[in-house]
Design a protein around this ligand. Structure first.
Ligand code: SAM
Length: 276
């Protein structure tokens, strides 16, 4: 239906390329458009707005995700110019602002995987917690305590709203706005049974803080980006990379590809049990 609508205004190949380049987040659509099609962005926006229900706005992503806050520039190409919406996942509700704070619907499988691993009674330190996506999915399913830390004040504010929106959680979440390494040093040393490090570009830089935050015998979920010829090799490369950079005794519990982030370039996670 959508492909057909796009094929009405683009060639079949162009429509196929665009089909995998957009995300629907609540009633917002975010689309990446190749330079060769930029002259057609208005008609692409109007076609998507018409064909995807319930869509209120279509934004063209005009920059990569960048900067400390991992945000992107968006330009409205059809519908309302409002980047805030509500997104639902695993029975949870989230207020998100697709321009002011990081958000990706493509991490949903990883959120569920982490929530399944969390045990009742655990303390979870989400060092780069954003608007609280991983924290809320985990606390909805398990009676855990989660510290959701983020440097971006918009993300922390949305996290606080999201905690209020999800009243029936089994666990509880504390939203902290600040630099994760500073917060850990001042408030959360040897606190976590489990620590999440979802800032793959800078994991090496923050590994000491993650170790400081985690109890001996606790688990760290260490995310990284790896170049690999084959997907299967990326898992082994990410494990080797972690073992090279880690200063503590670590037992690798597992590793997996979270998502492809470019040609032969993958976001990976390694789960490790550390001993201090
Ligand atoms: C890739 S996003 C992940 C957000 C969230 N875990 C999610 O999946 O929706 C990384 C987050 O780290 C935050 N961040 C960057 N540097 C930070 C720091 N030094 N301390 C705490 N948070 C930081 C950014 O603002 C951003 O929200």
């Amino acid at each position: 239906m959508l492909k057909k609508a796009l094929q009405g205004v683009l060639t079949e190949q162009e429509a196929n390329d665009l089909y995998s380049a957009f995300d629907q987040i609540g009633d917002i659509i975010v689309v990446r458009i190749p330079d060769s099609l930029l002259s057609k962005k208005k008609i692409i926006g109007e076609t998507l707005l018409e064909a995807v229900r319930p869509a209120r706005s279509v934004f063209y992503q005009s920059s990569d995700v960048s900067g400390d806050f991992r945000t992107r520039k968006l330009e409205v190409i059809a519908g309302e110019d409002n980047t805030e919406t509500e997104y639902r996942e695993y029975g949870c509700r989230f207020r998100v602002d697709v321009e002011k704070a990081f958000f990706s619907p493509r991490l949903s499988t990883e959120r569920k995987r982490i929530a399944d691993l969390v045990q009742d009674g655990e303390v979870l330190i989400n060092m780069f917690g954003g608007v609280g996506m991983f924290s809320i999915v985990a606390a909805k399913m398990k009676n855990c305590t989660v510290y959701n830390i983020d440097l971006n004040p918009h993300a922390s504010k949305l996290c606080e709203q999201n905690i209020k929106l999800n009243k029936k959680m089994k666990g509880k979440i504390i939203s902290i706005n600040g630099d994760a390494s500073q917060v850990v040093k001042e408030q959360l040393q040897d606190t976590g049974d489990r620590t999440l490090m979802l800032l793959p570009e800078r994991s090496d830089e923050f590994l000491d803080s993650a170790i400081l935050a985690t109890k001996s015998g606790g688990v760290i979920h260490y995310y990284s980006h790896q170049h690999a010829d084959k997907r299967q090799n990326a898992v082994e490369l990410s494990k080797q990379h972690y073992l090279q950079v880690s200063p503590v005794k670590s037992e690798i519990l597992g590793g997996r590809m979270v998502r492809a982030v470019g040609p032969r370039y993958y976001q990976m996670v390694v789960d490790v049990k550390i001993t201090k």
